[in-house]
Write a protein that binds this ligand. Structure first.
Ligand SMILES: [Zn+2]
Length: 93
C-alpha cells in the first residue's frame, strides 16, 4: 500500500518550506518553455501571495531557479490569481 505523505517544497522568494499543494508551480518545460501548474522539467515553487510574487519578480528568483528567461506573461498570470484583499478591508462605515 502506498503511504500518502506531504511533499514539501521551498518557495523561491521567502525560502519557506511548504506543502507542495499550497504553492504555485512554475515549470521549465522542454517543449513549451515556461509553463504553470503542469509540465515536464525543472520546477520552481512560489507562495501564492503578493509579497513572494513581487520578491521573485524583482530579484529574478524564478529565472535563477529555472536557469532560463521567464516571460512577463507568467508573472501577469500569477498576479491575476492573487485574491484582491485591499477592497475588502477598505469598507465604508
Ligand atoms: Zn514565499
Amino acid at each position: 500500500m502506498k503511504k500518502k505523505s506531504t511533499v514539501l517544497r521551498r518557495c523561491v522568494a521567502c525560502k519557506k518550506l511548504l506543502d507542495r499543494q499550497q504553492l504555485w508551480r512554475v515549470i521549465r518545460d522542454h517543449k513549451d518553455g515556461v509553463v504553470l501548474n503542469d509540465g515536464m522539467g525543472r520546477s520552481a515553487y512560489l507562495c501564492p501571495n503578493e509579497a513572494c510574487l513581487e520578491e521573485a519578480q524583482r530579484r529574478k528568483r524564478l529565472q535563477k531557479a529555472l536557469r532560463c528567461q521567464v516571460p512577463e506573461t507568467v508573472f501577469q498570470v500569477l498576479q491575476k490569481r492573487l485574491i484582491p484583499s485591499i477592497g475588502l478591508v477598505a469598507k465604508a462605515r
